[in-house]
Ligand binder design. Structure first.
Ligand code: KIV
Length: 295
């Protein structure tokens, strides 16, 4: 069986998609036009990830982005999202300190940015944060495996769960996040068989990024999947388009036509009637408006 929500993707639809074995499609978007394009393309979840930090704000990684920056980007993306479930990331520092701050910041994402759910990275003490947010009535998605906010503690941007002990830890973390009330869990950079086993063990969907085909859904970053990202990309990235090349082609053509004087052409300009033009010419004729006395 395959189901595809038509009007509006709600929380229950995501559970139904897992149940039906229909892969859930999630994509990041950080502004109004990209959210609108994602929404119109029929993705199930539009996600304002903290990867906005490096993808649109020019930070080296996700650690510096603030709640205020997330809210500004999310408000724009929210205005472009009508059908997809709208999910927003809690950035580093927004939830680690204690449960109260986690709930307060999750509420800000709901109230100020229109989030329908929030995501947080980590397990261990973060399980209590997820529980507090879920208890406050806010849908919360977990995120384990490679968690970029704490990449330095993980020894860098590396695949996780590659030993039996580490895979078992991920498995128990996933169960703990489910028990805490998460409605789904991102598995990032986890060996495919480990992700498959975790997915099988959970009632809630898993969303994979570098976690193989057996997850209940897949997420990629907008700039990666559209071929805008420059330089090295992780192994799990596939570029489905070459939008960066297309943008470069357009900008180069614009510059060339401006320099050649072929843009703007007649069809890009506004007209004025001959009478009005003649009147205007007479009013600015030499000697009529002399010097700057009239200013
Ligand atoms: O911020 C992000 O882009 C993420 C990924 C899981 C897509 O958290």
């Amino acid at each position: 069986m395959s189901t595809q929500p038509v009007d509006k993707v709600r929380l229950g639809d995501l559970a139904d998609l897992k149940e039906a074995g229909t892969p859930i499609v999630m994509v990041t978007a950080y502004d109004h036009p990209s959210a609108r394009l994602a929404d119109e393309s029929g993705v199930d979840i539009v996600f304002v990830g903290d990867s906005a930090a490096n993808n649109v704000l020019g930070y080296p990684d996700t650690t510096p982005i603030s709640m205020d920056e997330m809210i500004m980007l999310a408000r724009a993306a929210r205005r472009g999202t009508s059908r997809a479930f709208f999910l927003v990331d809690l950035p580093l520092g927004a939830f680690q300190v204690n449960d109260e701050e986690a709930v307060r910041n999750a509420l800000r994402l709901v109230k100020e940015a229109g989030a329908e759910g929030v995501k947080l990275e980590g397990a261990g003490p973060m399980v209590a944060r997820a529980r507090a947010i879920a208890t406050a009535g806010i849908p919360v998605m977990g995120h384990i495996g490679l968690t970029p906010q704490t990449a330095s503690a993980l020894g860098g941007f590396k695949a996780q769960g590659r030993t039996a002990a580490k895979a078992r830890q991920l498995y128990t973390d996933a169960l703990a996040l489910q028990a805490a009330g998460c409605f789904a869990i991102v598995l990032e950079a986890v060996p495919a068989p480990v992700a498959a086993r975790i997915t099988e063990a959970l009632r809630i969907p898993t969303i994979g990024i570098g976690a193989g085909p057996s997850c209940s859904g897949q997420v990629l970053v907008w700039h990666d999947l559209l071929g805008i990202t420059q330089g090295h990309t992780p192994r799990f990235v596939k570029a489905f388009a070459s939008v960066g090349d297309e943008i470069r082609r357009g900008l180069t053509a614009f510059a060339a036509e401006v320099r050649a004087g072929t843009f703007p052409a007649a069809e890009h300009t506004y007209r004025i009637s001959d009478d009005e033009l003649a009147l205007f010419e007479s009013e600015v004729a030499p000697g009529v408006l002399a010097g700057d006395d009239w200013l």
